[in-house]
Design a protein around this ligand. Sequence first.
Ligand code: SF4
Ligand code: SF4
Length: 435
Amino acid sequence: MAVLSKEEIGQEEVEKFYQFCKKSIDMEVASYLEACVRCGICAEACLFYMGENVSGRIDPTLTPAYKADLLREIYKENYTLLGRLKKLFGFGVKIKPEELKEQARLAFYTCTNCDRCTKACPMGIDTPRLVSIVRGALTHAGLTPKDLADATNLSVEKGSPLGVDTQTFLQRLEFISDEYEVNIPIDRKPSEYLYIPSSIELMKFPSSVASAAKVLNRAGVSWSMSTVAHEATNFGLFAQSREVTREMLRRVLQGAKDLGVKYIIAPECGHAYQSMRFIAPNVFPEEWDFEVLNIVELIDRMLTEGRLRLKGKVLKETATLHDSCQIGRRGGVLREPRRILKELAEDFRDSVLIPEHNICCGGGGGVLVIGDADYYRQKAFISKMTLFDKTKARTVVCYCANCMLALTKSSQELKRDYRFVSMVELVAEALEEET
Ligand code: SF4
Ligand code: SF4
């Protein structure tokens, strides 16, 4: 199941890449590949293209449509008359091994799967889907970027991309419970809700985990964490390895079944929500019988129902909101964080008129862990800054720990003074005192 990161690229890898791409072209993918009219509108939607542009450079290779060009060539060669004739007369697609390195740059370093280009495209082309096929083909050929391959393999071996095994998980929960004075039930049967944190939160933002626990305790629901399902992230998605995606979801399924829960609460983590909410029901159509909610959705629901009450606005300074692409634009959870933030902030200024138009953090889709992609992540942050600066806010509220980490890193690297805070932490701080 391990994903590889070979340094040598030869004909075998080229062949594997080609065959994977060919096999992945179904009718839907073919329609996307056919429909592109080369209008270029998607370029201005892509944070990587925009980031270079703001910096005074135009890099046409960062146009979303371009990222699927080799896949399009493979499609034409196999499924169009002209392409077949070309091949017959010796003018077929010839991929040089070094071109696969360029494919890795396009698919792994300069696309976060944010979906902004899809919304902008007049033809409705799902470019992230096409880029995911290219990622899958590279992984199939053993060409996953090394940092990403290491984190993915660690997920399978230890249970988390940061190497958090069950023992470390329990130690961290003990620490969080003591440090933040919060009760955290573990493997409590039966429970109605299973809350699964991400290891980014456990290791880097422990107060987020403590805050989620405080909120769940205060809401009075029967909930638990699980030693079987202790990792919400799914690096199989980033590497586009079906085996790893399935294995990570199988652990979640097992943990949820063991506790007999009805609800799985995804943490402040975008792709964790995607994988459990949208992918898992397709991977386990018979067994996946849970409602998956993001913690922000749950909080919004509880506030609306009056099961949680806030004492007032705890955020005094001007603040704006950063949307997680996977929870927000792709997951449809855009109104909820805004409703909550209006309850928390005295001066909330949205950076976008249409919430779907918000810009990605630049580190999603695994880009954050790939050291060789740092240049592009920082460029993407420059396009993100244009939105922050429009609002004049220095405080940015996030509902994804991966976004928060990526934004904090890029902000520090570029010597900016933004402050990024977790929405769930703010909610925990604002909870009305118990009477
Ligand atoms: S916006 Fe759509 S149709 Fe236009 S170039 Fe991009 S992918 Fe092609
Ligand atoms: S999904 Fe996002 S990052 Fe990827 S090409 Fe489209 S706009 Fe760019």
